[in-house]
Design a protein around this ligand. Structure first.
Ligand code: XMP
Length: 513
């Protein structure tokens, strides 16, 4: 059974596009983000209830600006344009535009009319603006429905065609009543009923996997993280142990005791057929002398595939199963957005790989992290495992700046273990999305006892988040940080300075690379 209703989000490359999808799914409505150029025939079906056009970095008037054809508005479903999306609607329907004398950025007071899009929204509310161009004369048939001090047409609507545009970003939290506006669009205007829950799709995902694999065999990459655990558990439900071999690759970039813990958990709790491949020598050899972060990722990504290929040959497998989730795909530039970094599992297969696109199974590739966790709980995976902190596929390689050596890995593992132990002692682990130590690659002068030292500076990071897309640096109590610093410097030779990272995302990222 497919989803009974869906919203399509056409991606014009804006920074907050994933958030639009998050908000719609949080409202219990299934949605997908597609590149703006995806042909309408590939996504139009009976479940379609509405279309959202996202923001984007371009000016709609620039040559080569991403655009859609006007036939989109003949599909018979409501359309909402956000920021660039509104400008595009304005352009297509012949409205006028002006370059604002004053660009608007950040919190802005909005005055809105009593119309369906703003039902249960206060007439004066705060929204998040991020634009230069503004609509100066709305196209024929469109009425202005909201304004700000510098933007007299901050939203417009053509109720007869059910086409809407908002210049601000309802999807970001700074737009205080943005969630209500999006709910108004999907429920009142598009007529969605809601009730979508990722875990309800388990049976369907299991059936789809069985269908695709048939009598074939599968090797599955198992990293110990939440995503691959859930993907493997799902595959374990769909396929018997003779069809499914889970491969845990120890790339030598794991945390202290991680390999032992992961293997024990899988065998004891999930009853999966797991093979442990110690490939640490090969990975470290391949990474020798490499300092550039994207190259590290590419090397690791390729070696992972090689190890999986070897296992596939050994077991006679035809398919490779991966725990790729929705944000991995989007952040790797598979929508229209800029590529920030290549996640190893979507970085692209080497050209000569045994596995072609048709041999890759990614059962979670349309789910957000919290949805993956809900599916994990639904599959009966132990709570602690489902709520484990995310750990990146390339492991400590993205937490050591500069060349990776065994010595640096040992130092980082020791610092990380002390830090995590102290956070747990302080009862803080539960509230934190991710916490870890980083070897900054910087060496500084210190003095211990009567001696001069020249040691590494270690960074500590802890963030809170709902979904890793936006995060805040966690406010770890100062005495806890002091204790961590004292213990790390006292217990880990080679380290003489500890700093705490207070950068949010954006503008930072979680990992340092
Ligand atoms: P950033 O650093 O982009 O990280 O804010 C967002 C989340 O993704 C994790 N991460 C990865 N996970 N493979 C993964 O499976 C990767 O290549 C990768 N890179 C980053 C990161 O730990 C955080 O949870």
């Amino acid at each position: 059974m497919a989803n009974a209703e869906k919203i399509i989000i056409l991606d014009f490359g804006g920074q907050y596009n994933q958030l639009i999808a998050r908000r719609v799914r949080e409202a219990g409505v299934y949605c997908e983000i597609l590149n703006y150029a995806a042909p309408v025939e590939s996504w139009r079906d009976d479940a379609l209830r509405g279309v959202i056009l996202t923001g984007g970095p371009n000016s709609v008037y620039a040559e080569g600006a991403p655009r859609v054809g006007k036939e989109l508005f003949d599909l018979g479903v409501p359309v909402l344009g956000i920021c660039y999306g509104m400008q595009l609607i304005n352009y297509l329907f012949g409205g006028a535009v002006a370059s604002a004398e004053v660009g608007e950025y950040g919190h802005t007071e909005l005055t809105c009319a009593d119309v369906p899009l703003f039902r249960d929204v206060r007439r004066h509310t705060v929204v998040f603006m991020n634009h230069n161009d503004r609509v100066s004369v709305a196209p024929a048939g469109f009425a202005p429905i909201a304004s700000t001090e510098h933007c007299p047409i901050a939203a417009f609507a053509d109720e007869s065609r059910r086409v809407y545009g908002v210049q601000f970003h309802p999807e970001v939290r700074h737009t205080v009543e943005g969630t209500q506006m999006l709910r108004n669009f999907v429920f009142d205007i598009c007529g969605c009923r809601g009730g979508y829950r990722a875990e309800d799709a388990i049976d369907r995902m299991v059936a789809e996997l069985r269908d695709r694999v048939g009598g074939g065999r599968v090797v599955a990459g198992l990293s110990g993280g939440v995503d691959s655990s859930v993907a493997c558990a799902l595959a374990g439900r769909a396929l018997g142990p003779d069809q499914l071999t889970c491969v845990f690759v120890d790339h030598g970039l794991l945390r202290k005791d991680e390999a032992k813990q992961v293997m024990a958990t899988y065998r004891d709790h999930l009853g999966l057929n797991v093979v442990h491949v110690d490939a640490s020598e090969r990975f470290l050899e391949a990474l020798r002398g490499v300092t550039e972060p994207e190259r590290k990722r590419k090397i690791i990504g390729e070696l992972f595939v090689r190890v999986f290929e070897e296992e596939a040959r050994r077991t006679g497998a035809d398919f490779l199963l991966q725990g790729t989730i929705y944000p991995d795909r989007i952040e790797s530039g598979m929508g229209g957005s800029a590529t920030i970094k290549s996640h190893h599992n979507v970085g692209g297969l080497p050209k000569d790989s045994l596995f072609t696109k048709d041999h890759i199974l990614e059962p979670l590739s349309l789910l957000f992290k919290d949805e993956v966790r809900a599916v994990g709980e639904g599959l009966g995976i132990p709570h602690d495992m489902v709520w484990r902190q995310p750990f990146p596929g390339p492991g400590l390689a993205v937490r050591i700046i500069g060349e990776i050596t065994r010595e640096k890995l040992d130092i980082l593992r020791a610092c990380d273990a002390v830090y995590l132990e102290e956070l747990a002692n302080a009862g803080l682990s539960g509230r934190i999305w991710q916490s870890f130590a980083v070897l900054t690659g910087v060496r500084t002068v210190g003095c211990m006892g009567d001696d001069r030292t020249y040691g590494y500076c270690v960074g500590l990071r802890a963030v809170t988040s709902d979904d890793a897309m936006t995060v805040e640096a966690a406010e770890i109590p100062y005495p806890v940080l002091k204790k961590c610093a004292a213990r790390i410097i006292g217990e880990v030779p080679g380290v003489n300075r500890v700093v705490y990272d207070i950068t949010d995302k954006p503008p930072g990222t979680i990992e340092w690379e």
